[in-house]
Write a protein that binds this ligand. Structure first.
Ligand SMILES: [Zn+2]
Length: 65
């Protein structure tokens, strides 16, 4: 009853069961996510696509003169 459905660590999408436990891009849902995972390691940091990197923009405008 406790059928563990593997999920893609990148997009949290359920892996297609048709391919079996060892899918073509296991443990990712697709080659795209597989490359994303690879890319983040190559990039040297854990960055998730879709989330912008915080920029050093001052929220306060110090135009005091
Ligand atoms: Zn995925």
């Amino acid at each position: 009853m406790s059928a563990k459905q593997s999920k893609c660590p990148i997009c949290s999408k359920e892996l297609p069961g048709g391919l079996g436990p060892q899918g073509e891009h296991h443990p990712f849902c697709s080659k795209r996510c597989q490359q994303m995972d690879l890319g983040k390691w190559l990039d040297g940091r854990y960055s998730i696509p879709g989330r912008q990197i915080e920029r050093d923009e001052p929220e306060m405008s110090d135009n005091e003169q």
